[in-house]
Design a protein around this ligand. Sequence first.
Ligand code: CUA
Length: 359
Amino acid sequence: MNAKWLGLITILAAFASGCGKNHLSTLRPAGEVGQEQFDLMLLSIIIMLFVVIAVSIVFTIAVVKSRRKNMGEDFEPKDIAGNHTLEVIWTAIPIILLIILAVPTVYLTFKQSDTEASENDAGEVNSEEVVINVTANQYWWEFEYPNVGVVTGQELVVPTDTKVYFNLQASDVKHSFWVPAAGGKMDTNVEGINSFYLTFDDEKAQDSNRLFYGKCAELCGPSHALMDFKVKTLPEDEYNQWLADMKSIEEPVQASASDAAEGQEIFNNSCIGCHAVTPTGAGAQGPNLTNFGDRELIAGYLAHSEENLINWISDPEAFKPDNKMTGAYDLTDEEIASVAAYLMELKVEEGSGDVETLR
Ligand code: CUA
């Protein structure tokens, strides 16, 4: 098969594979913010199509009608100095189209520029709204729930049918926080905080198995394309329970199996300088691993299996070039296997936390 056909088939396959997935598409919005932005895109596409089709029709008619065959061999074109009617029409139509596009654009820009959760008289954030501080790092994400004092990495958990406010910053270089289904992306900078909010509709979350994907949308280094994260969307009561469960982990989870216990000891000697295993460790050099055993991905994109974890710890550079974990330790294969066994045991028991104590 020649290369052109192979290329075409690859592109078609890529399109087809994207069709069934809700969780990484701006075309299947996850909530109000995404829906409003999608509607605006649709409106501008309709206007553009109208212009392209109208101009193409007029152009085609002009070309066909004016062929020498139709006009006769002796035809002499008329000398036209100007046409006021035409000029008014082709000035007025674009102005009208731009106004049609500008009104909802400006309205939405102001509507979605709400960046701060509202507070009650005591200065507490309205319980209907949630604030999450996001820190982007080469090449992983930290999510902090400041009202509760819980930190996690790589997997963002949000409540549905609630305004979720994000305060975004970066620790090293510029990145960009993007959950395509939920709405437009926003840069994370080192020198300041950018804020915006997103919403996740519970019904749409259910259609998407309660999962959406996020990506880094700003070229930030060799592993930029692998800087993915997962967004778990839970109904409010389950979200509160998850937060309470996370908060209840005051001491690191103790390993039970003997190889995991050995792994815990190695972890405490070699890894704990960078990775916290209690949920209060904001700003650690590496992702917080408190609930690592519950996660669905390793390093944001590898399937969550012990085998992948061993491979990842053995040679992180092979999976995420230029990441900071590279060469930070010198462990034998057996030691790495026990550390992996320990990490797989880092699960947060469901229902262990008391929701009443959240705030
Ligand atoms: Cu971070 Cu691209």
